[in-house]
Design a protein around this ligand. Structure first.
Ligand code: AMP
Length: 668
């Protein structure tokens, strides 16, 4: 008979994974324990990769992904269009890689997903890889029975319930491209995206729980499909409430699944076939359908999950991002499932029923890897140390962030209070367009420095350029760009808008250089990068990407508004928050009723995440002689920063008037 020593049980608990730099304050490195455990701990990986990045990715693609047929060319690139392809003519299926290939291994019975409902009186749902495989196969057959074929588009408008990952994997199993729309977006926002994608089917739910209340998602979905090409709406019964149901068009998920066969052969997809479309905000009012293709995306999702989060078989990994955003696609579905990881998915609000809900989930499920956004960290930090201290968080061994720059204070709180001063923080920089993480320290190599993301991952080439296109010196601010060979998961084009694709990413420095629209600087000799935020008219509001133009479009629909300009103002918790400068038509005055109406317009056209923090009533907007609104000046005014030269404006006097309105004080 064997005896077990209790201290051996979960021996990773409470281990010191990092050590402080002996000289530099607040710089940390992996401890020997982490170096020993980590998937990557030899810094030579950077050198090897940079010698021949194409050969490097070629090897990774062979090692990480199961292909039905090998590729004939690893990377091809024509900068004049520009077009770049990875693993040309290779054949694969991403759902096969996420599910089938685990079935002949012990992982068949491993938990793929632990789903945590918001109400405390409901049971968690645990699905093994085999369970998930069966559900995905069944749902793939459901989609087929409704006439969905390879190349078709399927809209997904679901909350954080297991059906969302099942639906995504089922689409990719049969080669249909999904377009997931964030469930907190409005019906109008859904409609714009469904029309653009020409979706055949929409998958939604009767609702979901948020802060203890049932939210009727179906009502929004009904609005969203009006006037679109959607033939059928599949509805998941989450709340069991009475919702509008159009017979013939609307179908219950559970009824369709009851009859569906649990075997559906995965479609053989070309590496450059469309995997999914994800709409994101740009500088114009119209969201852009970012196209991700199968092969390159799969390779990058697989490896970056392994690298950034140092995923191991025994880990319990929790990424708090909603699947409506790219982080949810890559790190709440494809990346972890292709790695055979166990993920936690939580349905509800961070503070329900109490603001320690997240810490309770970490404790109860023994979460070892935790990935969230700086905005959430700042919000939880404000509530103090007592709430996390009520819970045993020693299961954590790696904590990570994404979505916006993290300030030093929030980083240090996260490090000290949540990570117990033991866990590395991996600050991952990336975008909807890049498909996977690109700039961050590797856990087994380090360093981890507050508000510094780290080096570009191996096999990737980034530079920071001046406006004239010259490389910057250490500490000198500039524009973040990527050089070829581009990361395998990079956007291939904008759905139905190749001109926009060219204009947005390839017009600033030409077709050879991918322009990120982010600013930053090289922080140290190692090449670690510190990101400083967007340099275009895109904001990150509580980590959500929102365009100023979209908000302006919504506001100017109101009959009282003549003109408006929206800019991002710094916000203590959200990072940035929209402020709207509005000009009213004569006869209208600014009242609480008008503000409530404007809020309704925003909620209707976009969703509550885009609500301005403040409206500033003005008579005139600063404009160039060609009539362009100078948002840069408005931004400075709201931040109380130097305004710069205004002599070239058509109406310099407008600036003085706004200064008075916002209480601007000339910087000393
Ligand atoms: P999204 O496409 O919604 O993922 O937003 C991408 C943008 O978020 C980037 O262009 C950056 O401005 C910002 N971002 C994402 N991650 C980070 C990070 N770790 N540090 C700084 N900014 C980030």
């Amino acid at each position: 008979m064997g005896y077990c020593n209790m201290s051996d049980v979960m021996s990773d608990r409470g281990v010191q994974w990092v050590v402080a730099d002996p000289v530099e304050k607040n710089v940390f490195w992996p401890s020997e324990a982490l170096k020993k455990k980590a998937n990557v701990s030899d810094p030579k990986i950077y050198e090897i990769a940079s010698k021949d990045p194409v050969a490097f990715w070629d090897n990774l693609a062979k090692e990480g992904i199961t292909w039905f047929k090998p590729w004939t060319e690893t990377y091809s690139w024509n900068p004049s269009i520009p077009v770049y392809k990875w693993f040309v003519n290779g054949k694969l299926n991403i759902s096969y890689n996420a599910l089938d290939r685990h079935l002949d291994t012990w992982k068949r019975n491993k938990a793929a997903m632990i789903w945590v409902p918001e109400p405390l009186n409901e049971q968690c749902r645990v699905m093994t890889y085999y369970d998930l495989y069966r559900e995905v196969n069944k749902f793939a057959n459901v989609l087929k029975s409704l006439g969905v074929k390879k190349g078709d588009r399927v809209g997904i408008y679901l909350p954080m319930i297991p059906e969302v990952q099942i639906a995504m994997l089922a689409c990719t199993r049969i080669g249909a491209a999904h377009s997931v729309v964030f469930s907190a977006f409005s019906g109008e926002a859904l409609k714009t995206r469904l029309i653009d994608a020409e979706a055949k089917v929409l998958i939604t739910a009767d609702g979901y729980y948020y802060r203890g209340k049932g939210v009727n998602l179906k009502a929004n979905a009904d609005l969203g499909i009006e006037g679109t090409s959607v033939k059928n709406v599949i509805v998941v019964k989450r709340l069991g409430t009475n919702v509008n149901f159009v017979s013939g068009r609307d179908l219950w998920w559970n009824e369709l699944m009851e009859k569906a066969d649990a075997k559906c052969a995965p479609e053989e997809m070309d590496s450059e076939d469309l995997n999914f479309i994800l709409y994101t905000s740009g500088s114009t009012g119209k969201p852009k359908g970012v196209e991700h293709h199968v092969g390159g995306y799969a390779v990058q999702a697989y490896w970056t999950t392994k690298w950034a989060f140092d995923i191991h078989d025994e880990d319990i990994y929790w990424c708090t991002a909603d699947v409506g955003w790219v982080t949810g696609h890559t790190y709440n579905c494809y990346g972890p499932f292709m790695n055979g990881a166990t993920i936690v998915v939580y349905e509800g609000a961070v503070d329900y029923p109490a603001p320690d809900r997240w810490w309770k989930i970490i404790e109860e499920h023994g979460v070892t890897i935790f990935y969230t956004a700086p905005t959430a960290i700042r919000m939880l930090m404000k509530l103090g140390d007592e709430l996390p201290k009520k819970h045993d968080l020693t299961s954590l061994r790696l904590i990570a962030t994404v979505g916006e720059p993290i300030n030093e204070e929030a980083w240090l709180w996260y490090f000290r209070v949540i990570g117990g001063g033991r866990c590395p923080i991996i600050d991952t920089w990336w975008q909807t367009e890049t498909g996977g993480t690109l700039i961050h320290s590797l856990p087994g190599i380090g360093p981890y420095i507050p508000s510094v993301a780290g080096r570009p991952i191996p096999g990737i080439r980034f530079s920071i350029l001046t406006e004239e296109g010259k490389p910057t010196e250490i500490g000198e601010g500039g524009y973040l760009v990527q050089n070829s060979p581009f990361n395998p998961g990079l956007i291939r084009t904008i759905w139905k808008d190749p001109d926009k694709f060219k204009e947005t990413y390839w017009s600033v420095y030409g077709g050879n250089i991918y322009y990120t629209s982010d600013g930053g600087f090289v922080y140290d000799k190692l090449g670690d990068i510190r990101l400083t935020g967007r340099v275009d008219d895109v904001m990150k509001v509580a980590g959500h990407r929102v365009s100023t133009a979209e908000i302006e479009n919504a506001i100017t629909q109101h009959p009282a508004i003549v003109e408006c300009a929206v800019v991002a103002a710094p916000h203590e918790i959200k990072g940035e928050a929209p402020v709207a400068f509005i000009i009213l038509k004569s006869g209208y005055s600014y009242t609480p009723e008008l503000e409530a109406e404007l809020r309704k317009y925003i909620d209707k056209m976009i969703g509550p995440i885009a609500r301005p923090e403040k409206y500033v009533l003005i008579e005139d907007l600063p404009k160039t002689r060609s009539g362009k609104i100078m948002r840069r000046i408005l931004k400075s005014l709201i931040k109380n920063a130097p305004v710069g030269d205004i002599t070239t404006l058509q109406n310099p006097e407008s600036v003085q008037a706004i200064k008075e309105r916002v209480g601007y004080k000339e910087p000393a």
